[in-house]
Design a protein around this ligand. Structure first.
Ligand code: ATP
Ligand code: MG
Ligand code: MG
Ligand code: MG
Length: 579
């Protein structure tokens, strides 16, 4: 490609609204152009990079047997009504009406549409497992579209959905996607971590995020030297192994008086926990207070204390009253000694309402999966076990996680936590049967019985990846592309007035192209070498070749964009060197 023909204008100045390097550089280098807030046009160079990211994603999705499809972005309201997302999405959803006044939306994600398509065409367990994906434009009316294409209101996402008959199938589909994501983000050359994600209101099912490490990231995550990593929202809910709930002696339930005193608790805290180690968190979201104690040394048994009662207590008041004292493990003896304390809850968690009594509960998020029994405390102060979501209660909210601080112990005991920032590049999710149930996606199992399909959903921010790579790879001069993503392999600069230079550069370009090396040739006649060099640095191709004064001696200058290293190479040897 010749620069004289390329649809490109580079800018000397940063765009006024650009806060982060990728935004600044993509606009200055003429890769993208803003059409409206959070909405961008891709220009020739930018589109090439976007295509390359898409190609990597496509290859890795195909490699795990997922099949590509493409859904419309303009969608009917009904499916999103059935899952309540028409309401849940709130102002983030782009809504519109057709000429008949029918409600429509621009798809923010496509769980509903995929589930309905599979329901439409498949009916037997023999049809499953199935994974489908698309690389498609998504719409979200983000409150703060910032940072250019990092957070667009229109953006490109790869979204895939897996369909299985049983939990084991879902786990296998999830594992395949996870492995594909590792390969995708490795190939993109991103410095990333895989973190446990917020289990949120959907509750406890497995979910992980791929975060590119970047100071400009909006997500805060924690990691330990021992390899623990989590999104901060998830850090206190995620435990590496099931907690020893089975240890909870039911006798505690009987021993719990209806109205324990807060003084008893404070006494206990003063006795056992130093304030400086911040061993507990409190949540008074319920009418009663539930205080959660974690072992200060971070061992895997974060025991908990519930204080049922009808008094309103400000958690801050508790904090100020807990004086430093010697740390001791908090064990069964303590419960024996303090019969007013209930054991068995780790927070934060899910607020639920008992289906039968209407009593509100605070329960471990994992209960929302509907299979495991967990413990919780209710307003009556009894110790409740064997809760099953759906049967015993409905989840109706979450309690926020306590603030995590650098130096806090990792929940799995793998050392002190370090706080860092990241960009969410991918998100994989074991959805379970939530959407399939809402939309009636069932198949016949081996025994001819109708069973609800279990789903996974998996997203990659394709357009965001273009910017994320830049966040990790640029310098004060401009973009620095890894070879796999660069629009061209070589930026060839014809520099100088000597009439022999341009034909020589054209010849070299043809030879390089002939051996599979793509070339951007700066052949602009009236542009000074200085400006050409500046543009070459800004545009960021991995190798810059200058055809100039050295030509008389049969050499060209080869510069590595990333390292800045330059060397002269004989024209004859160039193809061999660069291949
Ligand atoms: P975020 O937390 O950044 O808002 P999200 O959790 O809302 O992202 P998901 O619904 O998990 O996003 O979508 C899957 C992927 O799509 C994300 O991991 C991210 O890479 C990408 N993505 C989401 N929102 C945007 C956006 N506004 N612009 C660009 N990419 C986005
Ligand atoms: Mg979002
Ligand atoms: Mg997110
Ligand atoms: Mg997400």
């Amino acid at each position: 490609m010749r620069m004289s023909q390329l649809f490109l204008r580079t800018l000397r100045d940063d765009p006024a609204d650009a806060e982060v390097p990728s935004h600044r550089l993509l606009v200055r280098a003429g890769y993208v152009r803003r059409a409206a807030p959070g909405i961008y046009s891709w220009l020739p160079l930018g589109l090439k990079v976007l295509d390359k990211v898409e190609a990597i994603v496509r290859e890795e999705m195909d490699a795990i047997g997922a099949q590509e499809v493409r859904f419309p972005a303009l969608l009917p309201r009904e499916p999103y009504e059935a899952t309540n997302r028409w309401t849940e999405y709130g102002p983030n959803l782009f809504r519109l009406k057709d000429r008949r006044g029918t409600d429509m939306l621009l798809g923010p994600t496509h769980e509903e549409m995929f589930a309905l398509l599979v329901k439409d065409l498949y009916s037997s367990y023999k049809d499953l497992p199935l994974s489908l994906y698309q690389i498609q434009t998504k719409y979200r009316d983000e409150a703060r579209p910032r940072a250019g294409i990092l957070r667009g209101r229109e953006f490109v996402m790869k979204d895939s959905y897996s369909f299985d008959v049983d939990d084991a199938g879902l786990e296998a589909s999830y594992a395949a996607h996870r492995a594909a994501y590792v390969r995708i983000f490795d190939r993109l050359g991103l410095d990333y971590v895989v973190v446990h994600a917020d289990s949120g209101a959907m509750g406890g099912s497995a979910s992980e995020e791929f975060l590119a490490v970047a100071e400009t990231g909006e997500d805060t995550f924690v990691r330990s030297p021992g390899g623990y990593a989590a999104n901060v929202e998830a850090v206190t809910t995620v435990v590496p192994e099931p907690l020893p709930y089975d240890d909870v002696p039911p006798a505690h339930a009987e021993r719990t008086p209806a109205t324990p005193t807060i003084e008893t608790l404070v006494d206990h805290l003063q006795e056992h926990f130093p304030r400086d180690d911040r061993p507990w968190q409190a949540a008074d979201t319920l009418k009663n207070v539930l205080v959660v104690l974690r072992h200060p040394d971070g061992t895997r048994e974060p025991l908990a204390v519930g204080v049922p009662g009808d008094r309103e207590v400000d958690p801050k008041r508790l904090e100020t009253q807990v004086a430093p004292a010697e740390v001791e493990p908090f064990g069964d003896d303590d419960f024996a000694a303090h019969p007013t304390l209930v054991k068995g809850y780790i927070g934060p968690g899910v607020l639920g309402t008992d289906s039968a009594s209407g009593i509100r509960y605070l329960v471990d998020p994992r209960v929302v999966e509907g299979t495991r029994w967990v413990t919780g405390a209710n307003e009556e102060g009894s110790h409740v076990i064997d809760l099953v979501a759906g049967r015993d209660f409905t989840a109706d909210g979450t309690i926020e996680a306590a603030e995590v601080r650098a130096g806090d112990p990792a929940p799995d005991g793998s050392g002190p936590l370090e706080l860092a920032r990241g960009l969410e590049m991918g998100h994989i999710f074991q959805l379970g049967r939530k959407y399939a149930e809402a939309l009636g996606l069932q198949v016949l199992d081996e025994n001819g019985k109708l069973v609800t399909v279990t789903m996974g959903s998996y997203g990659v921010g394709v357009s965001r990846a273009v910017a994320a790579v830049i966040e990790g790879s640029h310098d004060e001069l401009g973009l620095v592309w890894p070879r796999e993503l660069a629009p061209y392999d070589v930026h060839l600069v014809a520099a100088g007035k000597d009439p022999a230079i341009l034909p020589a550069a054209e010849q070299i370009a043809a030879e390089l192209e002939g051996s599979g090396i793509s070339v951007l040739l700066d052949d602009r006649p009236k542009v000074s070498p200085g400006v050409k060099f500046k543009d070459a640095e800004l545009l960021g191709m991995p190798t810059i070749v200058v055809v100039g004064r050295g030509l008389a001696d049969g050499v060209v200058e080869v510069k590595d964009r990333a390292t800045g290293e330059r060397r002269d190479v004989a024209v004859d040897a160039l193809v061999g060197e660069l291949r």
